[in-house]
Design a protein around this ligand. Structure first.
Ligand code: SF4
Length: 270
């Protein structure tokens, strides 16, 4: 707070939880104490992992004010996520969407005909696919806000234009994004880490490594990718290419080529 030059923060998140069991009674007591002292107004957590489970769990607690979670045109399609988002909205939890562009650990391939048609349709309506991906989140009534990384003025201007523009997505535009999500599902890690981690006996937090690859390839931020990767325990980094990922690949709902991607991560990020 000293560095921020403030005496309080409006919203305090515990960053990047992977399961609701991490929101222990100690956090509940701490949040109450900080609110009492006027240091924070609202309390919650952020999550990139097992988001639907974390949200569903938060809806059952009476001391979570807000959650920031990975949410985009891809993950919004699953019934689990839809139910979890509804449960939070019903409980009065403010939801902040992040990772809204739905980028994944694999570099985008050449655009398919379906994707070209989708881009053409968006262009005719006066927005880009990136702006459409923001709109589809903004048009979800349960989402209170959207957190978007804007490293340059071009992206800032595009986001502001999309936010101010009143044009709503048409039904077929929602559908084309849904279709695109299906066609490119093997390029995207949906963060359902409990599935693949269980399949590798807890040896590797696969979706965390996938996120590093996404920072490297889709965000074009090799330093952030390497730093995040370096934050994983050394033993995990050492065993990355020695683990048998065949069960995890079978279990992965996105059908990701996990073994190949883990090898690439070891080569690129070490
Ligand atoms: S690799 Fe597959 S199973 Fe693991 S978190 Fe990503 S999408 Fe889910």
């Amino acid at each position: 707070m000293k560095r921020l030059q403030t005496d309080h923060v409006d919203l305090f998140f515990i960053h990047s939880i992977t399961g609701i069991d991490q929101m222990t009674p100690a956090f509940k007591a701490w949040a109450a104490e900080m609110k009492q002292a006027g240091k924070i107004k609202f309390f919650g957590f952020s999550t990139h992992t097992n988001m639907a489970d974390c949200l569903a769990g938060a809806a059952k607690l009476d001391w979570i004010d807000a959650v920031m979670m990975t949410y985009n045109f891809r993950v919004m399609q699953t019934p689990e996520m839809q139910a979890a988002v509804n449960a939070c909205a019903k409980s009065g939890i403010g939801l902040v969407a992040m990772k809204t562009q739905g980028s994944g650990p694999r570099a985008s391939k050449t655009a398919s005909k379906g994707e070209m048609d989708m881009l053409g349709r968006f262009q005719e309506r006066g927005f880009t696919d990136k702006q459409a991906k923001l709109k589809v989140v903004w048009e979800t009534p349960q989402i209170a806000s959207l957190c978007s990384q804007m490293p340059n003025l071009t992206i800032l201007s595009a986001n502001v234009a999309a936010a101010r523009d009143q044009v709503k997505l048409a039904r077929e535009e929602f559908e084309s994004l849904r279709q695109y999500a299906l066609e490119t599902q093997a390029d995207y890690c949906a963060g359902c880490g409990s599935i693949c981690q269980e399949a590798v006996g807890g040896a590797v937090p696969v979706n965390e490594v996938m996120r590093c690859l996404m920072y490297y390839r889709e965000y074009g931020e090799p330093e952030l990718a390497r730093q995040t990767f370096a934050g994983l325990p050394e033993a995990v980094r050492q065993r990355l290419t020695a683990v048998d990922y065949s069960r995890a690949e079978q279990a992965c709902p996105q059908k990701l080529a996990i073994a190949q991607l883990m090898r690439q991560a070891a080569e690129m990020l070490a």
